[in-house]
Design a protein around this ligand. Structure first.
Ligand code: ADP
Ligand code: MG
Length: 619
């Protein structure tokens, strides 16, 4: 007999009261969701029990069927939800049902205030699900007995007002019974057909059988949808399963269903969520797939079935070939896990490829939300990374607003083109305006625009697509399409060699150590100058990676290349050296080049000079 046989009144935490008020008043028309919440708690308790029993047989009722039984008594207007799950001790009853996880409660209240979400959709996600039963209850009594063999039963009782109490109770078998005395206007919840309807709507895929008392037939389908033949399952069923499985209220962007026998037996159901942020509403607390061995859940978040870059994929894997009765550590090291990973990974890639081909708009949404995962895979863990290349999408010089694939790029290559050209930078817009593009634009070559922070990382491994090498167009040794004379800004008056030498000296003298060299180039059309790295300097993708990782590195001193066909330079060469405008123009040409490279440390500092030049121009 526990010492404390006296009923004790314990106050709820402040937030609990507020939540009860909201639930009772805002959910009248959807109050049936209370049953979903109680069933989901029972199901969680059963899952925790089956985990415990993987390694521990010293439990109360080790052979009890894992199930949920719902019974009613119209006479007394009671409804009971009973499970054979892990149960709760007296202390756990107080902790779990008396105080709500404070942060969850606060977030819930905030979400309700903001009014964006439907209250019925979110109660379960904030760890306040149990309280929803007060929408339909005059009073609730929870009688529970923990799985621990020496624990005693206890009861938690409340009318949902200010307090609850704890009392000793009689219960000989393991698990929890939630006994609800229904409000007068909630008598419908004693009707069997009504309960059946609610269970099918909200809890059809709960992975344990749900029985209505006295009826030996299971109500929910609990068919382990993934064990059915894929051609027999309709899209709606997959989506309904996903909704109940993940508590994600947006349908998945796509899904894949595998049922194979060789080289290993396996069923898998894989879902690609619509958005990347794992929001507070989702049922998924960690990354990973649910792993079943012969229908027994052995790991809730198994991260060994997919490479890290596919961690956004949600779903279930079930194999007859995984030995039961193995500890979780040894599951990971079995060869079968490797085989499963291979198969599932190929399926994920194939599914995404198909989506890209058959439903390009959906793939765009996927790419918008998940591209960093795929690029991360190319950059780091995925072997061989070539398999991911068909999933990549790029903006390019010729297609700045519509993503293209590498295959598209290759198809659009000019005759004789052997390389894939790219330009790295911070923003798409400055890439498009870059002087490095001029020769390519005028000769109708396409160039990939790499402005995503992940891109330089990706380039550390990704050097080739099929037989085509990837080439940075800023590099001096890229052989470049010749520019036809007509395109040039100043075609007829090529600046004389003498004047060119004069200009090169002029720039070098004034810029000093800020540039390593001043040279001429035949790769510019409109721009007077551009900056390039000297030979042998760190590749630009490495420079960017260092920069992004805040590692120390020295920005290589750049070469300034000037355009001998540019009219500004032609005019500049005619000016006296000590003309004050000459100095300003040299500075401005250099700083413009810095700016377009994303290297200008203080663009606002140019304003005074620009204003001076404007004044001169207006004279
Ligand atoms: P959540 O399920 O999100 O944690 P709930 O308000 O639904 O929040 O439940 C609160 C807690 O009460 C659960 O986390 C669990 O510890 C405990 N609990 C509720 N129902 C049961 C049950 N049937 N068996 C065992 N524990 C339960
Ligand atoms: Mg719950």
């Amino acid at each position: 007999m526990p010492e404390n046989t006296q009923k004790s009144a314990i106050p709820f935490k402040a937030e609990t009261r507020q939540i009860l008020e909201i639930l009772i008043h805002s959910l009248y028309n959807e109050r049936e969701v209370f049953l979903r919440e109680l069933i989901s708690n029972a199901s969680d308790a059963l899952t925790r029990m089956s985990f415990e029993m993987l390694t521990n047989r010293n439990v109360l009722d080790p052979d009890a069927e894992l199930k949920i039984v719902i019974s009613t008594d119209p006479e007394t207007r009671t409804l009971t939800v009973k499970d054979t799950g892990i149960g709760m001790t007296e202390v756990e009853l107080i902790e779990n049902l008396g105080t709500i996880a404070q942060s969850g409660a606060r977030n819930f209240l905030k979400a309700v205030e903001e009014g964006q979400q439907n209250v019925s959709d979110i109660i379960g996600q904030f760890g306040v699900g149990f309280y929803s039963a007060f929408m339909i209850a005059d009073s609730i009594r929870v009688v529970s007995r923990s799985y621990q063999p020496d624990a005693t039963a206890a009861a938690w009782v409340s009318t949902g007002e200010d307090t609850f109490s704890i009392e000793p109770a009689e219960k000989t078998d393991r698990g929890t019974e939630v006994i609800i005395r229904l409000k007068e206007d909630a008598a419908e919840f004693t009707e069997e057909h009504r309960l059946r309807e609610i269970i099918l709507r909200h809890s059809d895929y709960v992975p344990y059988p749900i029985y209505l008392k006295d009826n030996p037939e299971q109500v929910n389908h609990q068919t382990a949808l993934w064990r059915q033949a894929p051609h027999q399952v309709e899209k709606e069923e997959y989506e309904k399963f996903y909704r109940q499985f993940s508590m994600d209220f947006e349908p998945p962007i796509t899904y894949a269903h595998m049922a194979i026998d060789a080289p290993v037996q396996m069923y898998a159901l894989l879902f690609f969520p619509a958005t990347a942020e794992r929001n507070i509403f989702s049922a998924r607390k960690q990354e990973g797939l649910k792993l079943y061995a012969r229908k027994v859940l052995i790991q809730e978040y198994c991260q060994d079935l997919l490479p890290k870059c596919f961690r956004f994929v949600d779903g279930v894997v079930d194999s007859e070939d995984i030995p039961l009765n193995v500890s979780r550590e040894s599951v990971q090291s079995t060869r079968i896990m490797e085989q499963l990973e291979k198969l599932i990974t190929s399926k994920v890639i194939e599914t995404l490829k198909k989506l890209g081909e058959n439903e390009p708009e959906k793939y765009e949404t996927f790419w918008k939300n998940f591209r960093h995962f795929i690029k991360e895979g190319v950059a780091t863990d995925f072997e061989p990374y070539e398999k991911l290349l068909p999933l990549l999408r790029f903006y390019s010089l010729k297609s700045p607003d519509q993503w293209i694939t590498l295959e598209d790029y290759v198809k659009g290559m000019k005759e004789g083109q052997q390389k894939i050209y790219f330009l790295l930078g911070d923003e798409k817009a400055s890439l498009l305006h870059s002087p490095h593009m001029e020769a390519f634009r005028h000769n109708d070559y396409d160039v990939l625009l790499l402005s995503d922070p992940m891109d330089p990382f990706m380039l550390l491994r990704f050097k080739k697509y099929e037989t085509y090498e990837l080439v940075n167009i800023t590099s001096r040794d890229t052989e470049v399409p010749k520019i036809e004379k007509e395109a040039l800004d100043h075609p007829d008056e090529v600046i004389s060699d003498e004047k060119i030498q004069y200009l090169m000296d002029l720039f070098k003298t004034q810029l000093g150590d800020r540039v390593s060299e001043v040279k001429t180039t035949d790769r510019l059309v409109e721009s007077p100058a551009r900056l390039v790295d000297p030979e042998g300097s760190l590749p630009q993708e490495m420079q960017r990676v260092y920069h992004l990782l805040e590692k120390e590195y020295e920005l290589p001193q750049k070469i300034l290349e000037i355009n001998p066909n540019n009219s500004i330079l032609a005019n500049l060469a005619e000016r006296e050296k000590d003309d004050p405008r000459v100095k300003d123009i040299v500075e401005q040409i250099y700083e413009n080049a810095l700016l377009i490279e994303g290297l200008h440390p203080d663009p606002a500092s140019m304003i005074l000079r620009i204003q001076r030049l404007m004044q001169e121009a207006l004279k």
